[in-house]
Structure formats: C-alpha cells, structure tokens
Ligand binder design. Structure first.
Ligand code: FEH
Ligand code: ZN
Ligand code: ZN
Length: 346
C-alpha cells in the first residue's frame, strides 16, 4: 500500500510502498478515505533528532477517517465497512486518565515513544491504518470522510477548548477567537452552536475574516495596533469573558490579555511559541485564568461528531490527492490553505 513516511529527522516525508498491516488481537484495520493535514505535522517533519521520542520510520497522519476493513480475532464493537473517525491521542491505556477516555492527558505521556497514529505510530497518510482497538474509533455515520477527518483533531481540539470556557459564556457574554484557520473557524461554529455569547474574530487575512463571518461570527477585525480597543467597543465595553488564541504568539497573547475583562479566561491553543509574563501585582486583569488545552478526550469526539451530524458544523476543507502530499505540506507551510487541508487516497 502507499504511505507518506518520515524516514530521516528534519527531512521531508517520502512516498513509499509498504505492506498493508494485518490486524492482530483487538486491533482494527481501517481503509483510509481522508486524512487532515495539521500544523503539528510540520512540527514533526521539522523536528531535529532527539526532540521527539518517536522512532523512525513511521507514516504521518493523525486526523483520519475511513471505513473498517478488517478486525483482529479479539476485536469487537465495530463492523466491517462501518464509517469511522480515529480518536487520535493514544495514551498508555492503563492510567486513570486513559481509563476515562482522556488519553490526551495520559499520566504516562512522557514515557511513551509515541503519541498516536501519525505521531510515532503509523498513521493515516496511507491507504490503510491499524488502530490498537475499537476504543480508538468513533462512528462517522452520516458524514463524508472529508468532513469527518478534521473533526478528530481540528474539531475535537476546538470543542475541548470551548468546553473549558463554556461556564463563562452565557447570554450577553463575549468570546474572542484569534486565528480563523482550520481550528478557529470550527471554534466559531462550536461557540455559535453551544453558547449564547457574542463571537468576535481576529485574523491577519481578509479571507479569514470572511470565513469567520460564514462561520457565524458577529464581527471580525484584522490584527492591528488598536484591535484591543475595537474589540472592547464591539464587545459592549467590559472586555471579553473568554479569549481563544489559536495562534499563540507573543503579539496574540498580548492582545488576548489586553482585551480580557476582570475574571476573564484565556485558552491558548496555538503553538506559536509566544510568551506571556505573569506577575502579581502586574498588568493582567484580576481574576485572570489561563488554560493550555491539548487535543481532547474521546467522549468529546463523539459529541463533536454528533454536532456535525446535526448540521451545526461545516468544515471548510481544501482537498488534495494523497500523491500531492508534498504540495499540500508546502501550501500549509506558506499559509496558503483555506480552512483545513485534507488528503484523499487517489
Ligand atoms: C499533536 C501531537 C503533538 C502536539 C500537538 C498535536 C496537535 O496537533 C493535536 O491537536
Ligand atoms: Zn494536529
Ligand atoms: Zn495513560
């Protein structure tokens, strides 16, 4: 089968022809129909030797949807030909977090030589992918694979970030979403669908603000020197009850803390490498709370899939054949992908 594989640290992944895996024990083999491309794939591709605990070579792709192709002898809970989406964060499977389906916060994460399919284990940039058990699968019935795949990472990550702030987002509240890309545009839709708050969007690209409007934002503005003032005015003057930063640079963190109201909460999702100085006394709003949500728990993947199935979520995708993976990676690196890039086996 075809696979896009990382074989040398710091070198681009290469197309390869590898054996189709055979599921053993409780494993399940999935025929891949779509795999989303994520900025984290770029971080993995660009990682210098020793930065990540992963063992080379492995197939990339951690945002995967397809159909069950075969079951190991001890597998149960899914049927051949069932449409599924992969739950991406694979933990140790034995700690309290994993037992509760919160593999994204596995207690033993730092001891594992992998973090999931496409993250040290063979992933979905291939014709087939094998998962440890049906526990890593959620039914995608009623969704196309192109719509389902991005829900497993972009959708779940955004949904998990919003879920941690939802208590602040009642009627009359204001949420600011910074960065309207593959994750941000879904966060706007999730806020629209699951809260009563006002949603304000910020980006550096006009086309991203248009995507924010299509996704249901009440207002969008470009990132400028006076953006905090503009957002405060549009938000009723008190400041934002919650900010979701999908960029995570020093500038966006400064904007976020400059627009938060006292008692406001900031979720930093983007891995922009920015920094925020927390001192007391200091300039941060009193009652300021910060979270660094990572990916999401398996139960919330089922919730975000159900939300999409209800019609409340539409993933803006740009489709590439699997054979064009190098072009898709280059376009993502240059910030030239509208919404989420999705690779489809050709
Ligand atoms: C995955 C693995 C490691 C770091 C970050 C990620 C994200 O893409 C998950 O949403
Ligand atoms: Zn990702
Ligand atoms: Zn664990």
């Amino acid at each position: 089968m075809r696979a896009v594989r990382l074989t040398v640290w710091g070198e681009p992944p290469v197309p390869a022809d590898v054996e189709r895996p055979v599921p053993h024990g409780a494993q399940v083999l999935v025929r891949v129909e779509a795999t989303g491309l994520c900025h984290s794939d770029l971080h993995v591709i660009d990682a210098a030797p020793g930065v990540l605990p992963y063992r080379l070579p492995f197939t990339l792709g951690h945002e995967v949807a397809g159909r069950v192709a075969a079951l190991g002898p001890d597998a149960d809970g899914v049927d051949v030909d069932e449409p599924v989406v992969l739950y991406g964060p694979w933990g140790c499977g034995a700690c309290g977090r994993c037992a509760a389906g919160w593999d994204n916060y596995c207690d033993r994460r730092d001891t594992l030589p992998w973090h999931g399919a496409g993250l040290g284990r063979d992933g979905g940039m291939a014709d087939y992918v094998v998962v440890p058990s049906a526990r890593q699968l959620v039914s995608a019935d009623g969704l196309t694979a192109e719509q389902a795949a991005p829900l497993s990472d972009a959708g779940l990550t955004s949904y998990h970030a919003v879920s941690g702030l939802r208590h602040t987002l009642g009627e009359g509240a204001t949420a600011v979403v910074i960065g309207i890309g593959g994750l941000g545009h879904l966060a706007v839709q999730i806020l629209r669908a699951t809260t009563a708050c006002r949603v304000l969007a910020v980006d550096v690209r006009e086309e991203a603000l248009a995507l924010a409007e299509r996704s249901g934002a009440d207002f969008g503005t470009l990132l400028r020197a006076d953006t905090a003032r503009v957002l405060r005015t549009r938000g009723g003057g008190a400041g934002a009850d919650a900010v979701l930063d999908f960029v995570g640079t020093t500038d966006t963190l400064a904007l976020a803390t400059g627009v938060l109201r006292p008692g406001g909460e900031l979720a930093v999702v983007g891995s922009g490498g920015g920094s925020l100085t927390v001192t007391k006394p200091g300039v941060l709003p009193p009652g300021f709370r910060l979270s660094l949500p990572f990916w999401g728990p398996r139960p919330q993947l089922a919730e975000v899939v159900a939300l999409a199935r209800s019609g409340a979520l539409h993933v803006e995708t740009e489709r590439f054949p699997l054979s064009a993976a190098p072009e898709a990676i280059d376009r993502l690196r240059r910030g030239r992908v509208r919404g989420r890039a999705v690779l489809v086996p050709d």
